[in-house]
Design a protein. Sequence first.
Length: 356
Amino acid sequence: MTLYSRVRPLAFTLPAETAHDLGKRTLRAAQSTWPTRTALSSAYQYEHPALEVDLFGTTFSNPVGVAAGFDKNAEVTHALEALGFGFVEIGTVTPYSQEGNDRPRLFRLREDEAMVNRMGFNGQGMDRVRDRLEADGTPGFPLGVNIGKMNSSSEDEAIEDYRRVFDRLSPFADYVVVNVSCPNTPDEFDEASPEHLRAIFETLEAENDGDVPMLVKIGPDEPEESVLELVDIVRQFDLDGIVATNTSTSREGLESPERSEWGGLSGAPIENRSTAVIRSIAKHTDGDLPIIGVGGVDSPTSAYAKIRAGASLVQLYTGFVYEGPSTAKRINRGLVQLLERDGFDTVEDAVGAGLE
Ligand SMILES: Cc1cc2nc3c(=O)[nH]c(=O)nc-3n(C[C@H](O)[C@H](O)[C@H](O)COP(=O)(O)O)c2cc1C
């Protein structure tokens, strides 16, 4: 029995966001002293040469990262590194601080190993995040920065929002993600429309002197033809990849009473849908466009399924909440066994291996 399996029932008696805040405070305390950070590293890090991934001009020591939303304000990047993750995507970061939606806005769906959230882009804004990255130093593993617009912004203002956050935070980033797929922010206009995407990418392309790899994050609910249309725009602008997928508005097959809450669904129920989106992008691009796979990853087999479907890296949020601090180590150790079983020398060799 792990320590977390004993702590979890207690943590789960707290409202989900309270437990999350408490967990983050614990991680922040743990990363702040050298002995506690080292203790975490020696308990949770797992290294193996087969896990290394070279992508976006940098090396990921393993392919398992923390998805956007967990560390919106870059408060615990060093602790996440010590817990054995291969990278973290901070954000979504907006130009100014925002409260987000009223609480409660985060719900556990325990029977479904899922969560529903309608946080609504709460965050401290780009200046606080920048100050913190300067004060704490960037972590020793790759850092993704997920950028977004203010909830109140019009279509034109949104373009300027992305430009400003990009300008302020891209110097710290190994890659930047444009998030146009949040299902719980006000949708005054279609953020993922081809015209709007073109306007964003044109603006950011002009801003991107440092050639920071740029990706876009998509949702799991779009029909295949819309996904492929977006992929074509991504290629037209020579973007560096796609993060697939965000949370879902679907409630199909759920059992937990909290399924009636509105917001984005994450965790086990979206695993297959998200893997299907990855597979269709990989097929459409002949595996040429890097994909970060996210949605329902909580085990070696679920991570491996996304890699075989075409993801070069995977991320998770909900799986971390349910599985606890040893999540990355467990998944990475299991991945090495799966690679050996199937005769792959490295994770990179297995990317897209399941596409017929
Ligand atoms: C509480 C919560 C907050 C999130 N906030 C963001 C966010 O700010 N930006 C974003 O791109 N994705 C956000 N996500 C989506 C996750 O990054 C991820 O795409 C989604 O949860 C699916 O992965 P999972 O099944 O491993 O949780 C959030 C997810 C959760 C559960």
